[in-house]
Design a binder for this molecule. Structure first.
Ligand code: FAD
Length: 620
């Protein structure tokens, strides 16, 4: 059978890639090793978080599944940084890992045009040296396709470390993908090695929660998906618990450094710096006498808890001793030990912005294979690879998000232009235009794309357009309305506890004050008091960011104009001070005709583009 698209791997990237492809009308085959592990959470039982929440909202706005699944299976919802500005808040949910898998598997099984097959893809079928036309599996099946998307996560040549013991696996006790990365290397792709780790899971019945602080969800939980009905969203929420390591725990760890694979040279791959193992933390921050740990339920049955903050690959006797030294865990029964895993990844600078590899035609990579870490980063890439594979089949323009349009744009641009030498995760600080790229406006930014692609239905899109109209009208009104210092206005400010004004101010600047909430808004803008309370919150956020947004919009317009600038044919890149040798070599090799084309070359950073821009202007 010949398919349009084959997706290799049913993790978070593979699910979104397969669903996007099938929903765009393409005959799609998802080949994955264990069907019941579709959507498995390899590590923490949580979706979202700072900047990662943005990715999930954006994915949802374009028509991805992760937000809907999280809303259906979440067991605790919180907005992180709730006291800070909307641009840096992040939605996070604990998920019931079993229900999450069940939901995703069911959706995949019931999506028209999508078939599922359990096997290991051992090889790509290649013709004309670099053109992929299908895959071959370990059981000897061959399937042809116009496009193949690889989303193998941590499985390629996966090697698990627990103390001195090692075994080959893609994830604990699951078979690794043993041959695929060798072939990718032979096809000329730059393949490297990375590492990540996970903590032990313990039996909920053996934990003494008495002296721990419970950490609950938000009183009014907000769903992830713009398509979830907010008024009906009332999930049962389960607490997490806080405990700490102590000097005894640290003593156990330090006295076993000589048995830690991280320090003995047994582990070669780089791990995520911002998500270090406990042995790494104790080593690097030896002055600290404790580290905070969160006990997070893995399911709504609360049978198993994940010890967030205690990721480790220490030997099992050391893991046992250190866990039992922690308050509340003295008698904890360990269900699964923590471990580290090393795996092969493909250098993401091998990719175009569409996530197709530059050297091998019809081959796309998405997810952890591209040196990222995290379910959200993987899912975002999966969606984009799936969409672009379909567009390419139809001979249509690719779907590439710019950095000013979404965190997904930032993620992919960072990966394909800069690459990374450690597992890449999203942070709000990576986004230059973060005041524009807020979670709550992801639908306004991106649903039009989802609708045009056929991934967002008409009814949902009509709601987004209605929201846009209400917000635009409100901003238009408030930014043209003067709030003067006449007597009743001054009395009103006093009544609602707001500072007085001297002469006059635009209404939008009064509403945009940090202290203005829904009730004050009703008094300041009575004509909009009957607006739906959720939309009212959005109007207030728009007002708060109004001035900053005007400024960022100007920068973006400038950037767009700048990227259109033509680079003179004989431009002397070597004569430009501040460009690295590597950048000069690439620019001389590819001779990009415009600054935009230059920005598409891997390793050419936004800073390099600025320097070239300046020099073109100086020479003209
Ligand atoms: P995965 O979710 O790994 O899915 C890959 C899928 O591909 C699997 O279903 C597998 O069966 C299938 N597959 C692989 N090879 C083949 C093949 N040849 N043929 C057919 N099917 C194949 N993320 C964080 O954000 N924070 C963390 O602290 C963290 N720690 C982690 C610790 C461990 C031990 C592991 C394993 C992962 C950790 N992660 C962490 C990463 C997170 O799990 C991944 O980023 C995310 O799951 C990647 O999604 P993916 O779709 O790329 O791959």
């Amino acid at each position: 059978m010949k398919y349009d698209v084959i997706v290799v791997g049913g993790g978070h990237a593979g699910i979104e890639a397969s669903l996007a492809s099938a929903r765009m009308g393409k005959q799609t085959l998802l080949i994955t090793m264990l069907v019941e592990q579709i959507g498995a959470a390899s590590c923490n039982p949580a979706v979202g978080g700072l900047a990662k929440g943005h990715l999930v909202r954006e994915l949802d706005a374009i028509g991805g599944e992760m937000g809907l699944c999280t809303d259906a299976t979440g067991i605790q919802f919180r907005i992180l940084n709730a006291s800070k500005g909307a641009a840096v808040q992040g939605s996070r949910a604990q998920i019931d890992m079993d229900k999450y898998r069940e939901y995703m598997r069911k959706v995949c099984h019931n999506t028209p045009n999508l078939e599922i097959y359990q096997d290991e893809v051992s090889n790509l079928l290649v013709k004309n040296e670099n053109e992929v036309y299908g895959v071959k599996t370990k059981l000897g099946e061959e399937f042809e396709a116009k496009k193949v998307i690889i989303t193998t996560g941590t499985f390629m040549k996966g090697l698990i470390h627990i103390g001195q013991s090692q075994y080959e696996a893609g994830r604990a006790w699951e078979l690794p993908s043993s041959t695929l990365s060798t072939q990718l290397k032979e096809l000329g792709l730059n393949v490297g090695r990375l590492k990540t780790g996970t903590p032990a899971r313990i039996d909920g019945n053996s934990i003494n929660f008495e002296n721990m602080d419970a950490h609950g969800g938000d009183v009014q939980p907000a769903p992830f998906s713009f398509r979830t009905n907010k008024s009906e969203f009332k999930p049962t929420q389960y607490p997490c618990y806080i405990t700490y390591t102590n000097l005894d725990t640290h003593g156990t760890i330090t006295s076993n450094f000589d048995r830690a694979p991280l320090f003995t040279g047994q582990i070669q791959g780089s791990g995520p710096r911002y998500c270090p193992s406990i042995e790494d933390k104790v080593n690097r921050f030896s002055e600290r006498d404790r580290h905070q740990l969160f006990l997070e339920p893995q399911t709504s049955m609360c049978t198993e808890y994940y010890i967030n903050g205690l990721s480790t690959s220490l030997p099992i006797d050391v893991q046992k001793e250190m866990i039992h030294s922690i308050s509340g865990l003295e008698n904890a029964k360990i269900i699964r030990y923590g471990y580290a895993i090393e795996y092969d990844y493909v250098d993401p600078t091998e990719l175009k912005h569409t996530l197709e590899t530059k050297k091998v035609k019809n081959l796309y990579n998405a997810g952890q294979i591209n040196a990222t870490t995290g379910y959200e980063e993987a899912a975002s890439q999966g969606l984009m690879a799936g969409i672009n594979a379909c567009l390419a089949i139809d001979g249509k323009e690719p779907f590439i998000l710019r950095r000013d349009e979404g965190y997904i744009g930032v993620l992919i641009d960072d990966l394909v232009t800069k690459g990374t030498n450690e597992p890449y995760r999203m942070f709000t600080s990576r986004a230059e235009y973060r005041l524009l790229l807020r979670e709550e406006n992801a639908d306004l930014r991106l649903s039009k794309y989802g609708h045009d692609l056929g991934l967002i239905d008409d009814e949902t899109y009509a709601k987004v357009e209605n929201k846009r109209k209400v917000l635009n009208d409100a901003v238009e009104f408030m930014s043209n309305e003067w709030f003067t210092s006449k007597k009743e206005n001054l009395e009103l400010l006093e009544e609602i506890g707001e500072d007085k004004i001297k002469d006059r101010a635009l209404l939008i600047d009064i509403v945009g004050r940090n202290t203005v909430n829904n009730e004050k808004f009703d008094k300041l803008v009575p004509s909009l008091a009957n607006t739906d309370s959720y939309l009212k919150e959005q109007i207030i956020i728009e007002a708060k960011y109004y001035r900053y947004i005007l400024k960022q919009q100007k920068q973006i317009d400038k950037m767009k104009k700048m990227l259109k600038l033509k680079i003179p044919e004989n431009f002397d890149f070597r004569g430009v001070a501040g460009l690295s040798n590597e950048a000069v070599e690439k620019l001389e090799k590819f001779k990009p005709p415009t600054l935009f084309n230059a920005s598409e070359i891997s390793g050419i950073t936004p800073a390099a583009i600025d320097i070239i821009h300046l020099n073109i202007n100086l020479n003209n």
